[in-house]
Design a protein around this ligand. Structure first.
Ligand code: AMP
Ligand code: ZN
Ligand code: FE
Ligand code: FE
Length: 280
């Protein structure tokens, strides 16, 4: 009999979800979840808020983060779990990544203005909190609000997606830098949604950069993908994780609790962190 379930990939208002930590905890409780992983892009601002609120809901908070790396023009996401989120070097790097996100958002708006989409940065920032890591999803939502597009996917398709006229790259780390940043703060590095990359040669090369686990279970993974990824975890002796990648109402539908992994996987992560965490 399984000892509860966890959703280990959830965004909050600190990055590009529309949900506060209270809304996430409420939903997690109603789904009967034992644990939720808070994995915001380039920020750990929601973790303390979530930890403070969690006892009121009886849901365990797993501290996490999602970093963006790049190799061969692929946007490779790397999750971190159980790192010391107050670690000075770790926080400093996140501050730098967030500052660059703001600069990039302004550059995207400049490019948008050349294709007659005139948005002010204030219209984007009005959708965020002061501590939020600003991203393309906020810009897409601001474009929708101002009537330039009908929905978020249209904003990506026509303007800010990788092939769009207003695409601007983020500040990327290399997969090794991202993984090391997490491990140097005592955390576990996990390759997020590898199935989305659809390039198993690349996946193996990222694993060799020092990744400790794979997000085998994810909304965008088919049954075949799950089997392929499971085989890789056996081949390289990696941890298995999984999560919904919920963004609240920020994308299209609410996904929280749609991907559940047995809590025993979380226990394996904790054990791994105790054994290897700080000396990695
Ligand atoms: P950023 O980190 O600013 O590049 O933004 C990435 C966010 O945009 C992530 O939450 C992605 O899942 C989301 N995203 C990327 N492409 C699309 C798309 N075509 N439609 C909707 N969301 C997308
Ligand atoms: Zn996101
Ligand atoms: Fe991601
Ligand atoms: Fe994510």
């Amino acid at each position: 009999m399984e000892n509860g379930y966890a959703d280990l990939h959830v965004h909050t208002k600190a990055s590009d979800s529309t949900f506060s930590v209270e809304e996430i905890l409420e939903l997690a409780k109603s789904c009967g979840l034992k644990a939720v992983g808070i994995t915001d892009h380039d920020t750990v601002e929601a973790i303390d808020l979530a930890l403070a609120a969690a006892p009121n809901y009886g849901v365990e908070i797993i501290p996490g983060v999602e970093l963006s790396a790049e190799e061969n023009n692929y946007d490779i996401h790397i999750l971190g779990y159980f790192m010391d989120w107050k670690n000075k070097e770790f926080k400093q790097k996140l501050d730098e990544l967030r500052a660059n996100r703001l600069i990039r958002a302004k550059l995207i708006l400049e490019k948008l203005s050349t294709v007659n989409v005139n948005l002010k940065i204030e219209e984007v920032l009005s959708l965020t909190e002061s501590y939020t890591a600003v991203g393309r999803l906020h810009i897409a939502r601001a474009m929708k609000k101002a009537g330039f597009v009908n929905d978020v996917p249209e904003a990506f398709r026509r303007y800010i997606g990788q092939d769009g006229p207003a695409y601007v790259k983020k500040q990327f780390l290399s997969p090794k830098e991202a993984s090391d940043l997490i491990k140097n703060a005592g955390g576990i590095s996990v390759l997020a949604h590898p199935g989305v990359l659809n390039n198993y040669e690349l996946v193996e090369s990222v694993i060799k950069a020092g990744i400790m686990g794979i997000e085998v279970y994810h909304n965008e993974h088919s049954g075949t993908t799950v089997e392929k990824l499971k085989a890789l975890t056996t081949k390289y002796n990696l941890l298995i994780t999984g999560g919904s990648d919920d963004h609240g109402a920020g994308k299209s539908k609410i996904l929280l609790g749609s991907i559940l992994i047995p809590y025993s996987y979380v226990e394996k992560m904790k054990l791994c962190r105790e054994n290897f965490g700080r000396d990695k």
